[in-house]
Design a protein around this ligand. Structure first.
Ligand SMILES: [Zn+2]
Length: 225
């Protein structure tokens, strides 16, 4: 049975946005059910929530909502939970011998806060220094999108993007900065419309002040880390 203390702890954890792991906490049986089976179950769950709130689901405007939300959860906003949707990581030889930093900036980011299931909207900036292998530019956007399409905390998302690119490119020299608005902060709770959250992960050479500064100068984000 939940005590008031437990409920207070749950509220505090959510509003403080404390994450507990760099891996998304998935159960081992996460994909025993097919996507269609999940949609069928979630559809009924959404119907139950709306009915509990007192809404009339025979209303023309509402009757399709449970199915619509279930499909959106499974196929779109949480589609990045499914490892089958992970972008194919084709890499190329660095024929130009370009040895400087490559920055893909202002990647549009739509994710979902795992504490409140409300949107996180922002921009990701990703950089790497090639050790002989390069990756297609759009692949960087796709990797950001894949990890964003999960219930997330921004710190974990930032780390997951860096780890994936490090693995794909075979180098530690990868960095990511995310600047995002959390609707759970902007539209409820503390209701601070203006605030945004910046997170950063710097691997390998990006741990050096000079390299990090170069990256931050490129993205014109003059934040002290
Ligand atoms: Zn939240």
């Amino acid at each position: 049975m939940k005590t008031d203390k437990n409920i207070q702890d749950i509220d505090a954890l959510g509003d403080d946005h404390v994450g507990t792991s760099t891996d998304t906490p998935l159960r081992s049986d996460a994909f025993k059910l097919s996507s269609d089976e999940k949609i069928d179950i979630i559809k009924e769950d959404v119907r139950h929530i709306l009915e509990t709130l007192g809404l009339d689901l025979t209303d023309d405007s509402l009757k399709g909502t449970p199915l619509r939300v279930a499909k959106m959860f499974v196929n779109e906003v949480f589609g990045g939970l499914n490892p089958k949707k992970k972008p194919n990581a084709s890499t190329f030889e660095n024929k130009y011998k370009y040895g400087e930093m490559l920055v893909e900036k202002n990647i549009t980011l739509y994710s979902t806060c795992e504490h409140h299931l409300l949107p996180i909207v922002g921009r990701a900036h990703v950089a790497y220094i090639s050790n002989g292998t390069v990756v297609g530019l759009s692949k960087m956007n796709r990797i950001v999108d894949y990890y964003a399409k999960r219930p997330q905390v921004q710190e974990r998302l930032t780390i997951q993007i860096v780890k994936e690119l490090q693995q794909v490119l075979g180098t530690e020299d990868v960095a990511c900065v995310i600047d995002a608005k959390h609707l759970c902060v902007n539209s409820r709770g503390i209701r601070d419309i203006e605030s945004s959250t910046v997170t950063a992960e710097f691997g390998g050479a990006f741990k050096k002040q000079e390299t990090r500064r170069e990256f931050l100068d490129y993205i014109k984000l003059d934040t002290q880390f």
